[in-house]
Design a protein around this ligand. Sequence first.
Ligand code: ASP
Length: 429
Amino acid sequence: MNRPSEHRKRLPLYAKILIGMALGVALGLLGASLHFEQFIHHWIAPWGTIFLRLLKLIAVPLVLVSLIIGVVNLKDVRNLSKIGLKTILIYICTTIIAVSIGLTAVSLMKPGRYFPHDKQSEFMQRYEQTVAQKESAMQEVQDQSPLQFLVDIVPENAFHAFGDNSKMLQIIFFALLFGIALVCVGQSKTGSIVRFFNQLNLVLLKIIDFIMAFAPIGVLALMADLVVSYSGDVGIFSSLGMYALTVTVALAVIVFIVYPLILKLFTKKTWKDFIKAAFPVQMLAFSTSSSAATLPLTMERTQKHLGVSEQVSSFVLPVGVTINMDGTSCYQAVAAVFLAQVLGLDLSFGQMLLILATATISSIGTPGIPGGSIVMLMIVLDSVGIPVEGLALILGIDRPLDMLRTVVNVTGDMTVASVVDDGKREAVP
Ligand code: ASP
């Protein structure tokens, strides 16, 4: 006979996360209406922060270990350059498609027309300080050499790289170097190191299971805190509703049309199997607004549930978190054109192409953290001569849109991992 605890265990991860989210929203709404916001900030929110920290805690060791194993398992190191090239090319293609969809949606729906102009100065005032901060961050990025991104990939100290989650490309660089060296030295001399990493990987995957057991509480806390923090800003939706709708429609086209099409054309995986594997990842991305924090779960689900090989997923996914942001790039295109519409600036076809190029490039430099794309959006705005102060008009509604674009970002990474894996394996139920 089944004991109640066995029943509980059978509840799928996505259901647990959904329940956590729903309870979090309910608690947040209750907190806002009965005014116990402080209680939520002080006693509930920290559990969300602990959950995020746990996810980040496991990300660096997981990427390092699984990528080293991935390289060692490649039959031929030359395959690595094939996988690398294919991954980067597909990432660039999906990003360009995403930006084009954003540009099309915003040109057709023209959300700028619906923005009440009397709100303009109010929003400008309210977000003046935040815009100024982001502006100085943008200046720093713009002053760099165009090759700075290459310099940044090479760590000068491996332990500093391991100590900083935002240095994912440096960690990938080290892992590739280490893995290739292991292969070159030869299995007969390095067998025990390889065995050690394989066993370490099993331990790390177990830790992810532990962390995910905490996920419902974590997302409950994150959502409750978010609802309480944003409850005062509900009015903003009426001014920016059409803009939010445009972003949502564009993102929905990517998730429900583009990705299924890509999967159908280039893999053997069905959309149903894909979504089964991806749904918990999407829910986690939605509640954390961070594709970097979601990475451990993305890796686990892509390997175990989508059946993508370790060689491919351990490389494609961490790289994707750093450089592939379809949701973000699509959003940047919509935001830039929306602001141009509100400010009465007519964009030429050439400027649209410039947005296509800068949104593609700047999404590559966007960190996978909440609001990571704001500074990069400024670069897009600046490139076509839209005043960066315009950002103040959309900051108030950024978080919910961030949650949606992060879902697209992680879904894109999983889609590309499936394509690169070439659909050789069937999805594992
Ligand atoms: N929050 C997004 C992510 O983590 C980045 C962004 O668009 O701000 O993928």
